[in-house]
Design a protein around this ligand. Sequence first.
Ligand SMILES: Cc1cc2nc3c(=O)[nH]c(=O)nc-3n(C[C@H](O)[C@H](O)[C@H](O)COP(=O)(O)OP(=O)(O)OC[C@H]3O[C@@H](n4cnc5c(N)ncnc54)[C@H](O)[C@@H]3O)c2cc1C
Ligand SMILES: NC(=O)c1ccc[n+]([C@@H]2O[C@H](COP(=O)([O-])OP(=O)(O)OC[C@H]3O[C@@H](n4cnc5c(N)ncnc54)[C@H](O)[C@@H]3O)[C@@H](O)[C@H]2O)c1
Length: 521
Amino acid sequence: MAREIVGNAGEVDDATWQRALDARWTDTELAELFAPRGGEPVHQQPYARTNLDIPAARGLGSGLTGGSVAMAEPTDVVVIGMGPGGEALAGQLAEAGLSVVGIEEKLLGGECPYWGCVPTKMMIRAGDLLAEARRVPGMAGGSSVHPNWSPVARRIREEATDDWNDQVAVDRFVGKGGRFVRGHGRLVGPGRVAVDGEEFQARRGIVIAAGTEPAVPPIPGLADLPYWTNREAVETTEAPESLCVIGGGAVGLELAQVFARFGTQVTVMEVADRLLPMEEPEASEVVTRVLAEEGLTMRIGARVERVDHDDAGFAVDLGHELVRAQRLLVATGRRADLHRLGVETVGLDPNARFIHTDEHLRAAPGVWAIGDITGKGEFTHVATYQAPIAARDILGRPGPGAEYHALPRVTFTDPEVGAVGLTEAQARERGIRVRVGLTQVPSSARGWIHKAGNHGVIKLVEDADAGVLVGATSVGPWGGEVLSALVVAVHARVPTDRLRHMMYAYPTFHRAIEDALHHLG
Ligand SMILES: Cc1cc2nc3c(=O)[nH]c(=O)nc-3n(C[C@H](O)[C@H](O)[C@H](O)COP(=O)(O)OP(=O)(O)OC[C@H]3O[C@@H](n4cnc5c(N)ncnc54)[C@H](O)[C@@H]3O)c2cc1C
Ligand SMILES: NC(=O)c1ccc[n+]([C@@H]2O[C@H](COP(=O)([O-])OP(=O)(O)OC[C@H]3O[C@@H](n4cnc5c(N)ncnc54)[C@H](O)[C@@H]3O)[C@@H](O)[C@H]2O)c1
């Protein structure tokens, strides 16, 4: 198949292009391949659109004629931040034959493998095992459970994080042809990135994949205290005797339940009027009930007025109540720091919360952004979904843009809270004529059979005019897995009438979706 012809271009077939990429031809060689030949038309290079967009590549405002860039090292692409998004994208571009510099100031892999998804899910797996063992009496005989944090801490060190060493990931990236630079990357102008005294000149583009950091609220007394964020919680070698958790979102609740299952006295303080305030109220209700049954203390609508710390631990002042705990976990969301990245030098607003991107993840001429920093959803699957879309765009290859109407998310409490698309409230705010279908998991066949630990609910949100689901929630055992059917339905806009007239295997947890569909009204 011939490539797109622009102006008076000739033809280069896909096989030749792929050979060029596979052989990592230099820019000069590539330029020769695409150069006008004897009156023949000129092909647009697959990457040319983005290349020409970069003022630096045109010598505009980049100092191409100035002194500083004489020392700048040319490369095709610079990726700032090598978390799940940056690592995936940089690897894809390097494998496609571009010269790629990947810059990372901490560990190549980012938050997810070292302090986020992976180690916390190992902690959750351990906590879930304890909970299941405690469910044996009355169902399958007797059990005696003796929690011990040591194997969890060991597994995090040995299996998940290599003791927070990223050599394997660095080798993997370098093996793909990438160049890894450890340090703090900062934009210093169009096409230009400085790293601790070195400077790179990106011919094709810069990708900002710098993720987010824990956001710590300005609570009096808190700033200089030895509180935990998710990082210290993951690194701990013992479960504390008592733990105060500020923030009842995903981080706070996942970790609160784990530590409670290991014997920690846990108090969760949430400023909103319910836990998991971004999800459906029915989900909050189930999770709150389960956590209370497991012995956690919840303070909902709690305003932390002050925090102090002494040899005995932390004292958290709620105005009418002082809560003491050995450890304090701050889990109040995350923030991007655009000032530290120098985004103003490429025309972006450093005071913005996130970097605004179009459907191809373009943020400014010659600048792409992916992952948490785009504000589309702070999840690894968002970053790794966006990475190939941006990579395609940088390579000038066609492909669909990003869509977010079926954004899935799972909070891995027990029961898991899976959700996709809009909540009922969000759908109503958008003026959608909504019908809602609800069913309780314990009253489904499988939920009833399962018995101990069967809490859950399925909620569907339908756009009644369009006859499609625009959102859904699946709370329950393996609620995140049950969610998959609902993600397909919302993503592909499958008519609810079709969903109502299909078969659901008996007796599965996902079969409760059929019941919820019949309750739409
Ligand atoms: C406790 C916890 C549990 C989570 N669990 C899940 C889960 O189960 N499922 C899920 O989907 N998501 C989960 N997440 C979210 C997930 O970790 C993030 O969405 C994901 O890591 C975002 O990827 P990213 O590439 O955008 O950014 P990050 O992972 O934040 O990586 C960005 C990288 O950029 C580096 N960096 C930043 N600025 C610079 C700079 N100027 N120069 C050089 N390097 C820089 C940082 O050091 C970092 O390594 C969890 C998060 C937390 C905190
Ligand atoms: N399973 C997963 O996919 C998973 C797990 C953990 C984290 N994450 C991602 O990481 C992001 C950050 O998680 P998070 O839980 O820190 O943030 P979050 O935004 O999900 O929850 C923070 C909670 O803290 C509350 N809060 C804020 N300030 C407060 C204060 N001063 N006092 C009391 N409560 C306060 C908020 O109302 C909110 O409920 C999430 O948005 C999520 O996308 C995902």
